[in-house]
Design a protein around this ligand. Structure first.
Ligand SMILES: *Cc1c(COP(=O)(O)O)cnc(C)c1O
Length: 402
């Protein structure tokens, strides 16, 4: 019962609210938390039933830790508000890869065919070529720039299409609405790895996507301190996703659930900063004599810019640069000289990162020949003058080693 002077829960987010308000208010239940703003980190397996009657009827909001806790409920409500009105539910997974594999298993069965973009996250390909192949699901990779031309790749048993835009190494922008229109015409579901933009900058489920994946390890967590994945689905796909989560036993540790929710509260300010810094750095790299090309759809010169501008409301802090041809030892001298740009996988945290990449050895539908060594950069929240100075030192070592 609500005491007359009890703590107020902010009104549930509604379409009247701006997205910044939604990110701050969604999933909060002040009264249930005795006035505290955030939910507790509920560690729990067993939930006790007050009576035999309740037990037989499976009565109670929470039944078992794997199926949900007050902590997971708060995060799921907040994610649903962020994903928008077409979101029927959000599943939580222990990593981005687990979110992708769970989504694929949810919609595919033995004998099916799946179309996967050639720029998909590499472990996604590993799952398709490994476990899905073993279970009798056939994968065909397609050119990320194929658009409506994807129609010719459909077979009678094509059940799903997996897109990722932009690719997290090569940064091509796919025309997701065009691909989705064909897929739906053919009765297939569309899965989008939306990690780069997050639902804040790309509302996948409003653009024809049925299942929208986040490696929440990246920008949702935002601090390089959790592994996490989310699977948002529309009304058509949610029953399948929900069933797969239940049957596979997919669930997450409560600390990570809490940290994902905490990250979500500041997503908008962090992403705005990543975006502004990345854009400035991208322009700075464009003017460097060592750089042949910058791969970033937010740049007007980028081949994906028109689609990005049409379908996305922002760009995150991850982009690529193609260096002018140079020996590996020059690239290594650059990498070894950088101090603020750490060398490491993943991205989306507060810190800047650099990693060399080469897609040419695993692509099958398209050739990757950028014309020089390629680096992927994550622009963190550091001062831009320092980031530029770091790369000035790096380029000096690069030029000296050429
Ligand atoms: C990192 C990443 C994943 C996988 O996320 P994990 O949490 O590391 O399993 C999936 N897709 C993209 C685009 C990623 O960058």
């Amino acid at each position: 019962m609500k005491a007359p002077s009890g703590p107020k829960t902010p009104s549930a987010p509604s379409s009247r609210h701006g997205i910044a308000t939604t990110l701050v208010t969604a999933g909060r239940d002040t009264e249930a938390q005795r006035g505290f703003i955030n939910p507790p980190v509920v560690r729990g397996s067993t939930v006790l039933y007050p009576s035999a009657g309740d037990l037989h009827a499976h009565r109670g909001e929470f039944q078992y830790g794997r199926h949900g806790t007050p902590t997971t409920k708060a995060l799921q409500q907040a994610l649903m508000a962020l994903e928008g009105d077409n979101c029927a539910g959000v599943g939580l997974a222990p990593s981005g890869v687990a979110a992708i594999t769970t989504a694929l298993l949810a919609v595919l069965k033995s004998g099916d065919h799946v179309l996967v973009t050639d720029n998909a996250y590499r472990p996604t390909r590993g799952f398709c070529d490994g476990m899905l192949a073993r279970y009798g699901v056939e994968t065909t990779y397609f050119d990320p720039m194929i658009g409506g031309g994807i129609a010719s790749l459909f077979k009678p048993n094509t059940r799903a299409v997996l897109v990722e835009a932009p690719g997290s190494q090569s940064f091509e922008m796919s025309d997701i609405p065009a691909i989705a229109a064909v897929a739906h015409d053919k009765g297939a579901l569309v899965i989008d790895d939306n990690t780069w933009a997050t639902p804040l900058y790309h509302r996948s489920l409003d653009q024809g996507v049925d299942i929208s994946i986040q490696a929440a390890t990246k920008y949702i967590g935002g601090h390089s301190d959790i592994m996490f994945g989310t699977i948002a689905a529309n009304a058509r796909a949610w029953p399948m996703v929900k069933e797969a989560i239940r049957l596979l036993g997919v669930c997450c540790g409560p600390d990570d659930v809490f940290l994902a929710l905490r990250g979500l509260r500041t997503l908008k300010v962090r992403l705005a900063h990543h975006q502004a810094s990345a854009l400035e750095m991208a322009h700075w790299f464009q003017a460097r004599p060592e750089v042949a090309r910058v791969l970033y759809p937010a740049l007007e010169s980028d081949p994906g810019h028109a689609i990005w501008k049409r379908d996305f409301t922002g760009a995150s802090g991850l982009f690529g640069i193609v260096l002018k041809p140079a020996p590996q030892k020059a690239v290594d001298a650059l990498l070894d000289t950088l101090t603020l740009f750490g060398m490491g996988y993943s991205w989306g945290g507060f810190e800047s990162l650099v990693i060399p990449f080469d897609c040419s050895d695993y692509r099958t539908a398209t050739a990757w020949a950028p014309g020089g060594p390629t680096l992927r950069l994550h622009i963190g929240l550091e001062s831009l003058d320092d980031l530029k100075a770091d790369f000035e030192n790096g380029f000096a070592a690069f030029n000296a080693a050429k």
